[in-house]
Design a protein around this ligand. Structure first.
Ligand code: HEM
Length: 506
C-alpha cells in the first residue's frame, strides 16, 4: 500500500522539479503553474481571448501555458505582435493541426492548415496572383450585389408583411444567407438556395458537411496534446473517414459539372472552380489540394462576414448618433433616388471608419489562427522553443488602454484623428493578421462587409424592439475560434427610401 503511494509521490515531485528546472533554465515566458499530464487545460475559460487578457494582467503581456504537454505562448500587445508577425514571421509561420484538421486539410495540402514550406508558398502565390486579384474581385462584384440587394428585398418584404406588428427580426439569418450564397457562388459557382430561401438537395448536403465538420473538429480530445494518452482518447476515425468521403464526393461532382460545362461552352467563368481547374497543371496541384482549398474558402469566408456585420449593427443600434451620422453621409453621397453600388464605397469615409472601429472591438477571429514555431526563436526576451504554438490576442490589442483612448467606447471618429491601417501594417489593429499568413480574403471581406452595412443603413433606420434598452443588448461573445454574438441581435428596421428601391438587382 505504502510503496505505490511513495512511488506516485516521487514521480510527482520529480515532475515538479523537472518543470521548475525547465521554467528557470529555459527562460520560457512566465505563466500559470501546469498540472501534471493535463497542463492548464482545465484552467482556461471558454472565452479564451478574454481569459488570456486577464492572465496578461497577472503574468505580463507575454505568457505561456500548457495544453497537456504542448507549450503555448500568447502575446497581448502591439510590440510583441510585431515581433511575432514581422521580426520572426518566417520561423513562426507553421500551423498546429489536430487529427480532424489533418483530415479536412488532407494533411495540410490546403492553405489555411498547411505548414510554411514549398507547398504553402506555391498555393499562397496562386491565391495572391490568381484567386484574390483586384480583377477577379471586380469580375465577381455582380454576385455580391445580387446577394446584398436580395437581402434588402427580403428584409423589406418581411418587415412590411401585414399582420406582424412587432416588426422585430433576428438579423443573423439574413446576414448568414448573404455570406453563404456569396461564398458558394464564388467558390463552387453555384447558388444552392432559391429566391424563396428553399435549399436544394445538394445545398442540404453542403450545409450538413459544414455543420458536421464544425462538430467533429470542435470536439476536445486530450490525446491531441498528450501523445502517450492517444490509446485512451481515441479519435473517431470512422466519423473522420465518412466526412472525408462525403466531402470528396460532393466536390468531385461539382468539379465534373464544371469541366463538362467548360468543354461545351469553351468559356471559363470567374469563380474559383473554373480558375483552379484551369490552373491545375500550371501550378502542379493535386486533386486533394484543389478539394481542400475549396473547403478553406467555405470555412474562412462564411461565418466571418456575417459575424462582422452583426457586431457592427449591434454597435450602431447601441449608438444612434453614429448610425445617424452614417445615414447623413449616405444621403449626401448617394441621395435617395438610387441604391448604392460598390464603387460608391471609396466616397463613404465615415462608414469605412465604422467598419474599422467595429473590427477593433469585435474581431471575428480574436486569437487569429494559431501559428507554430518551426525553429527556436526569442520573443520579448523569452525563448520560444521549436514546436510551440503561438497565439496573438488581437482582441486584447484592440482594447489596450495604453494605446487606445477610451478603448471601450465605440467612436469611429478616432480614425479621423489618427489614420490607422487594418491591413497588417499597424500592429495595434490586426483583425486580418499580418505578415506572410495574413488573410488573403481581406479585400473581398472588407468590400462585402462595407457594402452590406451601406445597404442596410441606406434602406432602413434600425432600432431596438419596444421595451428593450441599450443596456439589455448582450455584448458577450460565444466561445470558439470565430466569435458570434452570444445572443443573436434582435432589431426593428424602418424603411427610409422610396418603395421602388427595395427590389434586388439582376
Ligand atoms: C471579416 C472577415 C474576415 C476576417 C476578420 C478574417 C481574418 C483572418 C485571420 C485573422 C486569419 C489568420 C491570419 C494568421 O494566421 O496570421 C485569416 C486567414 C485566412 N483567411 Fe480570412 N478573414 C475574413 C474573411 C475571409 C474570406 C472572405 C476569405 C475567403 C473567401 C478568407 C480566407 C482566408 C484564408 C484562406 C486564410 C488562411 C491564410 C493562411 O494561412 O495563409 N478570409 N483570416
Amino acid at each position: 500500500m505504502a510503496f505505490p503511494l511513495v512511488l506516485s509521490l516521487s514521480i510527482f515531485i520529480i515532475f515538479l522539479c523537472y518543470k521548475l528546472h525547465n521554467r528557470l533554465t529555459a527562460k520560457l515566458p512566465p505563466g500559470p503553474w501546469p498540472w501534471p499530464i493535463i497542463g492548464n487545460l482545465f484552467s482556461i475559460a471558454p472565452m479564451r481571448f478574454r481569459c488570456f487578457a486577464e492572465w496578461a494582467q497577472i503574468y505580463g503581456p507575454i505568457f505561456s501555458f500548457y495544453l497537456g504537454s504542448q507549450l503555448n505562448v500568447v502575446v497581448n500587445n502591439a510590440e510583441l505582435a510585431k515581433e511575432v508577425l514581422k521580426e520572426n514571421d518566417q520561423n513562426l509561420a507553421n500551423r498546429f493541426r489536430t487529427k480532424p484538421l489533418d483530415s479536412v486539410s488532407k494533411n495540410g495540402m490546403d492553405l489555411i492548415w498547411a505548414d510554411y514550406g514549398p507547398h504553402y508558398v506555391k498555393v499562397r502565390k496562386l491565391c495572391n496572383l490568381e484567386l484574390f486579384t483586384q480583377k477577379r474581385l471586380e469580375a465577381l462584384r455582380p454576385i455580391r450585389e445580387v446577394e446584398v440587394t436580395a437581402m434588402i428585398e427580403n428584409i423589406f418584404k418581411d418587415t412590411t408583411k401585414p399582420g406582424d406588428d412587432s416588426k422585430t427580426m433576428t438579423l443573423r439569418g439574413y446576414l448568414g444567407l448573404v455570406s453563404f450564397n456569396n461564398i458558394t457562388r464564388l467558390t463552387f459557382g453555384k447558388r444552392f438556395i432559391n429566391s424563396k430561401g428553399e435549399v436544394d438537395e445538394q445545398g442540404e448536403e453542403l450545409k450538413s458537411i459544414v455543420t458536421d465538420g464544425i462538430r467533429i473538429s470542435g470536439k476536445p480530445n486530450l490525446g491531441e496534446f498528450v501523445p502517450w494518452l492517444r490509446w485512451v482518447f481515441k479519435d473517431d476515425n470512422e466519423a473522420l473517414e465518412s466526412q472525408d468521403r462525403r466531402l470528396n464526393k460532393f466536390t468531385r461532382l461539382i468539379m465534373e459539372e464544371h469541366t463538362i460545362a467548360r468543354e461545351k461552352s469553351g468559356e471559363t467563368k470567374h469563380h474559383f472552380v473554373d480558375a483552379l481547374l484551369t490552373l491545375q497543371k500550371e501550378y502542379d496541384l493535386s486533386d486533394d489540394s484543389i478539394i481542400s482549398l475549396f473547403w478553406d474558402m467555405v470555412q474562412a469566408g462564411t461565418d466571418t462576414i456575417a459575424i462582422t456585420v452583426e457586431w457592427a449593427m449591434a454597435e450602431l443600434v447601441r449608438n444612434p448618433r453614429v448610425q445617424q451620422k452614417v445615414q447623413e453621409e449616405l444621403d449626401r453621397v448617394i441621395g435617395s433616388d438610387r441604391i448604392i453600388d460598390e464603387t460608391d464605397i471609396s466616397n463613404l469615409s465615415y462608414l469605412q471608419h465604422v467598419v474599422k472601429e467595429s473590427l477593433r472591438l469585435h474581431p471575428p477571429t480574436p486569437l487569429m489562427l494559431p501559428h507554430m514555431a518551426s525553429n527556436n526563436v526569442k520573443v520579448g526576451g523569452y525563448n520560444i522553443p521549436k514546436g510551440s504554438i503561438v497565439h496573438v490576442n488581437v482582441w486584447a490589442l484592440g482594447r489596450d488602454p495604453n494605446i487606445w483612448r477610451e478603448p471601450l467606447q465605440f467612436r469611429p471618429e478616432r480614425f479621423v484623428e489618427e489614420d490607422v491601417d487594418m491591413k497588417g501594417h499597424d500592429y495595434k489593429l490586426l483583425p486580418f493578421g499580418a505578415g506572410r499568413r495574413i488573410c488573403p480574403g481581406m479585400n473581398l471581406a472588407i468590400n462585402l462587409v462595407t457594402s452590406m452595412l451601406a445597404h442596410l443603413l441606406h434602406h432602413f433606420v434600425w432600432s431596438l424592439p419596444n421595451g428593450v434598452k441599450v443596456e439589455d443588448i448582450d455584448m458577450m461573445e460565444s466561445p470558439g475560434t470565430v466569435t458570434y454574438m452570444q445572443t443573436p441581435l434582435h432589431v426593428v428596421p424602418t424603411p427610409r427610401l422610396p418603395r421602388n428601391l427595395y427590389t434586388h438587382v439582376e
